[in-house]
Structure formats: C-alpha cells, structure tokens
Design a binder for this molecule. Structure first.
Ligand code: C2E
Ligand code: MG
Ligand code: MG
Length: 735
C-alpha cells in the first residue's frame, strides 16, 4: 500500500517498501500491537495515523498510568514511550513495565537530547531511542528493527524449543534403550554412554565417560573385545554381535545385584568419521556401538547344554558327552602316539536293591556311588552314566594295563564300604570291563563294545571284579549273537518242544501233575537245555514270543489230557518276568485256556520269587485276576531269593516249590537241622501246598514222607520226558 502522510506540517512521500530497515506493511504487521504513550494528543494522533498506514495495530495512552492500564488489558508488543510526562515519567513507566510486562519492548521518545537520558533509558531496558522531532521513516525504521528483532528472537526461541524437545526425545530413547549405547573417542575412551550402563554394570554414565573400554572388559575376553571396540569399519563389514563379558563395578559400593560380577554382551560397533563421504584415517573420530545384555540367554543356553550333556540324577556327563570326549581323546592319542583306556562299569545286583528298597533309595544309591567313583579319578578322566546302573570311564594317557588295573582296584576298594540306605547297609560292587586303545580297538564304538564284552565276561564269572578285553571274548560274543539268531529261527521253524516232568505224591506214589520244561531241538547242537538259552532270550526280549508259544503248547497238551480223561492232574508252566509285564498277559492265558478247553485248577503258573518281588503290586493284581479264572500260582525255586513269607501272603498262592539246593542238603531221614523243616512248617501255616524239587535219592523221599510233604519232583521220581511218554505215565497213574 502506498500512501502519503503529513506529520507536524511536513509532508512525506509514499513509503518505499524496498528500503532497508523499513518495514513494509504486511499482514504480519497487523499482528504487532504498538502502544503510543504521549501526553500530547496531537502527537499521539499523528503517530497513530502513521502506524495505521503501516498496518500495525495501534493503541493510545495519554499518561503513564493509562499506559499501564492498557498493558494490563491486553498484551502489547511494543510501546512508544514519551519520557517527559507529568505525574509519571517514562522511566517510572518503564520500571513497571519491566516488572509486570517483560515481554513488551519499549522504544523511548523524548525531546531531551542528552546522552545521559538516552543511555539511562537503554540501561533500563529500552530497545531503542527516538529523538523528537523525528521523521516518519526514522520511526518506521526503529519500529521495524525492533519488530524484526522480536521476530528473530521468537524464531530463535522456537528453534531452541524444538531443538530441546528433539534432544529430550533422543535422550529418552537412548537412555531407555534396553541396550548400552556408547561412543568412544579415537583413543578408545568413552565419550558418551547411556544410562543403561548403571542398571547393567553398576557405573553411572559420568563415571564411565573418560574410562578406556578395556577397563570394562573381562580380562579373558580382551583379545576378542579389542576387535569389536576398536572398530573402524562401517556398514555391513563392521562388527556385528560379537560376544564377550563386561565386568561389573566392584568395591563396597557395588550394587548388590551384580553378584555375577560380569555379564555377557553381544556387541555391534562401527567407526565414526568426520565427513561421512570421506572415510580417511585422519577423519576417524571414534566408534559408535551398541551392547546387548545376553546373560539371561547365555544362562538358559548353559542350562540346556548342561541338560543335554549330563545325567541329571548324578550330575555326571551322559553318553553324548562321553562319546564327544572319547572321540577327542582318541584323535589326541593317535596324534601323540599315547594310549588310553575305556572302562565299562556295571553295578552288581542294583536291580535287587531298587526293587526291594524302592526307586528313591535306588536313586540315592546311584548318587552316592557316582560321587565315590568320581572321587577316585583324575581331572582328565571322564566318568559318565550311560544307563540305569551302567557307567563308562575314559582314562587317557596311560602307560600300560597296570595303570588301569590300579584305577579299577581303587574303585573296587573305595566301594567296599557299605552305603546306608533307609537304615540298611547296602554293599555295592561293580563288574568292570576294560578295553585299551590302540590294541583293543581303533574306533570309539569298538572300544566301548569291547569294554562291554569284558564286563559281561566278568559278570558271568561271579561279578565284582575287573577284566581286560581279550580276543576270545569276541568269539563268545559272536556265539551269543548266533544264539540269538538261532532262537529267532527256532521259533519260525518249530524247533522248540515241551518236555514234561512228573510231580509225585510221596505217600501214595501217584503222579498228581507235571511240569512243562522247554527244550530246543537244535539242528546242529542237538537237544539244548533252557539254562543255555533262556537268559539270553530274557535279555533280548525274545522270551515273550517263546513264552507265548509255551503257554499255547501247554494248554494244547492239557486239552489232549482232558480228551483222554487225564484232566484231574495239574500242569505247571514256568513264566518269566518279561511275560508278566506284558499288559495283556492275563488275557492271553485265559484265551489259551478257553481255546483248548482247559478247566479251572488245571493250569499252574510257576514264577520265581525275584520276579514277584520286582513289582509286587503288579504281581498281586495280575495273579488275583488269574486266580478268579481258576489259574493256580506256584513260587518256584523258593528259599534262594530275597522274599519273606509275609510278603507272599498277599498273593493268591497255591504252591511253594522248595529249591533243589535245600533238598540236596538232606543227607539222612533224621536230618533235623534242615531248613526244609522250617519251610514246611511255615507253608503249612499259610495253607500252601509244597513241592520238593530235585529229589534224587530214596533217603530224601523218606525224609519228605516224615515231614508229611505230599509232593515231590526229581530225577528219582521221573525225568523230564516227551509228551507222548508223559501221557502214558498219566494213563498208568503211577510213575
Ligand atoms: P525249574 O522251573 O526249577 O525246573 C526244574 C529244573 O530242574 C529243570 O531243569 C529240571 O530238569 C531240573 N531237575 C528236575 N529234577 C531234578 C533233579 O532231581 N536233579 C537235578 N539236578 N535237576 C533236576 P531244566 O529243564 O533244565 O530247566 C531249567 C530252568 O529253566 C527251569 O527251572 C526254569 O526256571 C527254566 N525253564 C524251563 N522251561 C521254561 C519255560 O518254558 N519258560 C521259562 N520262562 N523258563 C523255563
Ligand atoms: Mg519250574
Ligand atoms: Mg525250580
């Protein structure tokens, strides 16, 4: 807008928008409120006209007091203040303004020309000074510059505010990061670190700034850390996720939660350069990095690793870790030409303890034994639990067999002392097989297998001892293997046969029953007795199939007896532990009986005491169930096991078969001290029938007669015989 104004009789041309220092009338001027304070009305008016022309919002006041009132009413950007006014002069007004309205700028106007009043006004906070009379462009310039300055200040203030907000935002983000964020200077000292360091390491950021990074790194990890902390590369080549440990602050003031003393971190870092484009050595200013606390993850990994490679009961290494160590030891021995030994240790009779004292006591025994074994060893030896009661031991760097024999003897010696379990003293012994590298095997599997074979060898020869592997064991092992295959074939090719041995009433010589005994018609070896193959069949599980066949065959035979009218006799069948454990055992027995027409009381199952004791609860349930179907139960080989008669009371027992060893002990008909006497007394008490096994002499028969033992079985009374012959005997009724 171009206009011309007259002021104090003078006329001025239109204002030039472009002139420097002058403020063009703009929409912004409208937002600037100017308060003109002058006691001269003419003066006020003309200034107002002028300001209007520039587009400012103009207010007027004729006195200092009025000016202050106006200021109280609304905010004013700029005050044109006359210094010379009656009542309240400009200085007094300024004083109030400064106090109550510090945002209002003041330009003083006065006729006084002295330097003092001008400087005084400026000292009191006036922005500028105009001397009366002044030309309109001078007024415009002064106002323009004050307004300009105000705007600049406002802008600066705004920029400052935004900067501060942004700084606060970034600080918040950085300090609340779950990771440590830091910067190092070019000499590896911390120039910045966020507050996370306090929670993780116990230092305040101020303490860390200035420290060298190596002061925070675990001494064992320095080498690794140096590469990451000294990172000068940027981009994808920079360090990513390097793992190492940082130490926590120590000393009395250290934070109590830093018990671990160090944390594991994963560090990513990159070099920082003055000029982003130019990555020259002289432009390197330091490193920026982020360290993440991965201690928790590490701990979890450690636990998982521990569980993967250890037996949790004994805390010993497990088979996987043993194999790992053995494989390493073999490669090392191969390189250095040294020797090592693998020991296979199997606890003798662990099962008996476990079954009679319970699993908790069994666990406790294993723990105690493991600790004792461990105490016999050197740091470099590895003892592992590889099965229920089986341990493997690796002894590296041995000079010869004598070294290992010493270890084995030490172990056996250490175990001589009994372990007290639930008030009982339990004596523990081990069968130990030893294989040496390189002579007994070159590979891990062969060494373990040969140590195992040697262990079985010593087990078979009375347990509690050690034995070195030798080639003849291999032959034995191969015989076992071919025997196993032979049993499989025998089942397919019907090479098994049942023989029958009479049970005789000693008083009237009548055959009252038979025991079915298994025979194997081996194509090459001829007739093989059960003692030569049943243990292996039990070990391999083949006994289940054999047992099923025996039951089926025995019931078929009973069916045949019934058809011939011989069905008033009992047929006894031997049962193994594994058969009893089969979930459908009773069902199979009952089905076989039904299928072949076997009546109640005709079939008697013989089971040894130890099998019964393995799982008494199971035996009670199953035999009660079978008894309800008319199946009789006999305890075989009674007297050599660990059971007590009171245990047996809970079973639906019919017969006790007194073990052959007690019968053979009977020397004369007047043998009073015989244990048999006691057994008979007890059996009578429990209302059980008694069968004396292994009767071979007339003296024994006479003795049994005196004891009023009704039944006996033995070579004297009848050897095991084929089915047809047995039926013939039954037909005749006497043996
Ligand atoms: P057992 O059940 O105690 O059978 C009695 C064993 O003593 C039989 O041996 C029998 O031939 C033998 N014997 C009988 N009278 C005399 C004697 O007067 N003197 C001597 N020295 N021995 C006598 P066998 O047939 O060799 O059977 C051995 C063991 O094999 C049996 O002992 C039994 O535990 C087991 N067995 C036999 N057949 C089977 C079967 O079908 N299944 C299962 N699971 N085991 C069986
Ligand atoms: Mg028997
Ligand atoms: Mg027997």
């Amino acid at each position: 807008m171009k206009t011309s104004v007259s002021w104090l009789g003078a006329s001025y041309g239109p204002l030039d928008d472009q002139r420097q220092g002058e403020v063009p009338e703009t929409a912004e001027n409208k937002e600037t409120t100017v308060l003109v304070v002058d006691d001269e009305p003419r003066m006020r008016e003309s200034v107002r006209d002028l300001l209007d022309a520039y587009g400012y919002t103009c207010l007027l006041a004729g006195s200092g007091r009025e000016a202050l009132r106006r200021l109280d009413e609304r905010p004013v950007d700029l005050m044109l203040l006359d210094l010379n006014m009656p009542e309240m002069d400009g200085f007094q007004v300024m004083q109030q303004v400064r106090k109550r309205h510090p945002d209002t700028d003041v330009v003083v106007v006065s006729g006084e020309t002295t330097f003092e009043s001008a400087t005084e006004a400026l000292r009191q906070g006036a922005q500028d000074f105009l001397r009366k009379p002044y030309a309109p462009d001078e007024l415009s310039r002064v106002i323009g510059s004050v307004v300009h300055k105000r705007r600049l200040e406002r802008n600066i203030h705004e920029v400052h505010r935004r900067l501060e907000a942004s700084e606060q935002r970034y600080r918040f983000i950085v300090n609340n990061s779950p990771d440590i964020i830091y910067m190092l200077d070019d000499r590896g000292r911390f120039s910045f670190i966020n507050e996370r360091v306090t929670a993780l390491l116990g230092y305040t950021p101020d303490e860390v700034v200035g420290m060298h990074y190596s002061d925070l790194v675990h001494e064992d990890d320095l080498e690794k850390a140096r590469f990451a902390f000294d990172e000068r590369r940027t981009g994808s080549r920079a360090s990513q996720n390097v793992e190492f440990r940082l130490v926590c602050k120590s000393g009395p003031q250290s934070y109590r939660y830093f018990e671990s003393r160090s944390i594991t971190i994963e560090l990513s870092a990159m070099g920082m350069y003055r000029d982003r484009a130019e990555r020259l050595e002289q432009g390197f200013v330091g490193t920026y990095g982020v360290a993440r606390d991965i201690s928790e993850r590490k701990r979890a990994e450690e636990i998982i690793n521990y569980q993967l490679y250890h037996d949790l009961l004994t805390k010993l290494p497990n088979r996987a870790l043993f194999r790992d160590r053995l494989s390493l030891a073999i490669s090392r021995a191969r390189r250095s030409g040294s020797r090592l030994a693998v020991l296979f240790l199997d606890m003798d009779r662990f099962k008996v303890v476990n079954d009679s004292l319970g699993h908790l006591a069994g666990d406790q025994l294993l723990q105690t034994v493991a600790a004792r074994l461990d105490a016999c060893l050197r740091e470099s030896d590895t003892l592992a639990r590889v099965g229920g009661d089986e341990f493997n031991l690796l002894v590296p760097d041995i000079d010869g067999p004598e070294d290992v024999a010493r270890v084995a003897r030490k172990i056996m010696d250490r175990l001589k002392e009994p372990v007290v379990l639930e008030g009982y003293e339990v004596f523990v012994s081990f069968s130990i097989g030893i294989a040496l590298f390189p002579e007994d095997g070159q590979s891990m599997d062969t060494l373990v297998k040969h140590a195992d074979m040697a262990m079985y060898h010593i087990k078979g020869r009375g347990k509690n001892g050690y034995e070195f592997f030798s080639d003849h064991m291999k032959a034995h092992y191969h015989r076992q293997l071919s025997l196993e295959n032979g049993i499989r074939r025998a089942l397919d090719e019907r090479q098994f046969e049942l023989f029958y041995q009479p049970q005789v009433d000693v008083c009237d010589q009548r055959v009252c029953g038979m025991e079915a005994l298994l025979r194997w018609n081996h194509p090459e070896r001829g007739l093989v007795l059960p003692g030569d193959f049943i243990p292996l069949a039990e070990e391999t599980g083949l006994i289940i199939n054999i047992g099923s066949w025996v039951l089926e065959q025995a019931c078929r035979e009973l069916g045949a007896w019934n058809r011939e009218g011989l069905g008033d006799r009992v047929l006894a069948v031997n049962i193994s532990a594994a058969q009893l454990e089969e979930p459908d055992f009773e069902q199979r027995v009952v089905e076989a009986m039904k299928h072949h027409g076997v009546g109640r009381g005709q079939l008697e199952l013989e089971i040894t005491e130890n099998v019964l004791m393995q799982d008494m609860d199971q035996a009670v349930t199953k035999f009660r169930n079978l008894a309800s179907h008319g199946v009789r139960v006999a305890v075989d080989d009674f007297g050599i096991g660990y059971s007590s008669l009171s245990y047996l009371k809970s079973l639906p027992l019919n017969t006790l078969k007194v073990d052959r060893s007690f019968i053979s002990d009977i020397r004369s008909r007047s043998d009073k001290n015989s244990i048999v006497t006691a057994i008979f007394a007890m059996a009578r008490e429990l209302e059980l029938e008694v069968v004396a096994e292994g009767v071979e002499s007339q003296g024994q028969v006479d003795y049994l007669k005196r004891l009023r033992c009704p039944k006996a079985q033995g070579f004297l009374l009848g050897r095991p015989m084929q089915a047809e012959q047995a039926r013939e005997i039954l037909r005749r009724g006497l043996h």
